[in-house]
Design a protein. Structure first.
Length: 339
């Protein structure tokens, strides 16, 4: 099973698009995992080892912040129609709601001079000083700012940093006991970029805003292992140990944007698959070279972890190859589901 997908994954390594890959496929037959290639190329070659931590970047959004937000909604402490300014008074545009943030339709835009040189307090103030542009509600424009704001809203309600909330309310209840925002041993972490200013980034978050905001960033910052992300997908595919309600899970394959035409759900992006009948899957990627795919209808999933930004970002070649691998997986997954 999944031979073509595995072949395409290995070719990424063989032609130098990524140093190495850890991957998993989940279906009714169980879990198939694999790893291939290297975890580091500089300062010296290191073969990829099992159970390593990856900086999963924006997977933090769907593993963590989405679920904390949906829990607040289920408890009646937050509503999709609530204005952001109710919780973050420094944000002046009352049109922007929780739904806009979750679906990346807020239209928040603007330029922050010297952004990566600001302190956490200065960056916090600068982000709340941005404005809404012409894309508001009409167009899905992916932005970390939406999930940084969602994290701050959760902090306002629950009085703890968003990364603490993710750990307490999502990671530990699901049994994702290795996942962390502060890896204790950098040698167990797959390195990311060799930065001109930071050197080799290993065991510390790659994302610039998360690096500054630290525990108060809900858009990135999570380090996780292949096994823990398999655990997350298994929880999402079950009806038992869900991080959200069954009703919320049932809504995920539906377009949740205000105009229902942007192929975006609550945090997750949507994909069309054909078998056993035409339906939508959910998926999300991380800048460092990671992605998750979940078919909630057929109870199948894929986890893909790489460090495509090592040793140098941005490596745009990877994006088209990633999309091709996902399409290959969707085709093979459909045949497995039918068989």
């Amino acid at each position: 099973m999944y031979e073509k997908t595995v072949e395409a994954i290995k070719q990424l390594v063989n032609d130098g698009t990524v140093p190495g890959v850890s991957y998993a496929f989940i279906d009714a037959q169980g879990v198939k995992t694999g790893l291939y290639g290297a975890e580091a190329l500089v300062p010296s070659y290191e073969p990829l080892k099992p159970d390593q931590f990856y900086d999963v970047a924006s997977l933090t959004k769907v593993v963590g912040t989405v679920n904390v937000t949906m829990q607040l909604i289920a408890a009646g402490n937050l509503a999709l129609t609530d204005s952001v300014s109710e919780y973050l008074p420094a944000w002046q545009d009352s049109r922007v709601t929780v739904r806009h943030l979750l679906t990346h339709t807020s239209g928040i835009t603007g330029y922050i001079p010297h952004r990566d040189k600001l302190t956490a307090s200065e960056l916090h103030q600068a982000l709340l000083g941005l404005h809404v542009g012409e894309d508001f509600e009409r167009k899905m424009v992916y932005s970390d700012i939406n999930f940084i704001f969602l994290g701050w809203i959760a902090e306002t309600i629950l009085k703890q940093p968003i990364q603490t909330l993710i750990t307490q309310q999502v990671l530990r209840p699901l049994g994702m006991n290795d996942s962390t925002f502060q890896p204790a041993d950098p040698s167990r972490c797959v390195p990311t970029e060799v930065s001109p200013t930071r050197g080799l980034i290993r065991g510390v978050v790659h994302d610039p805003k998360a690096f500054v905001l630290k525990a108060h960033c809900g858009s990135a910052g999570l380090f996780s292992t292949l096994n823990d992300l398999v655990t997350f997908e298994q929880a999402m595919l079950s009806d038992g140990n869900l991080p959200i309600t069954r009703e919320q899970k049932g809504a995920l394959p539906n377009d949740q944007t205000p105009l229902r035409q942007q192929w975006r759900s609550f945090g997750w992006a949507l994909l069309q698959t054909k078998l056993p009948t035409p339906h939508r899957c959910i998926w999300h990627s991380g800048y460092t070279g990671t992605f998750l795919v979940l078919d909630l209808q057929t109870s199948q999933g894929m986890v893909f972890l790489s460090n495509r930004v090592h040793p140098k970002a941005p490596n745009e070649v990877f994006l088209a190859r990633r999309n091709a691998i996902i399409n290959t997986y969707l085709g093979e997954k459909s045949r497995v589901a039918v068989d």
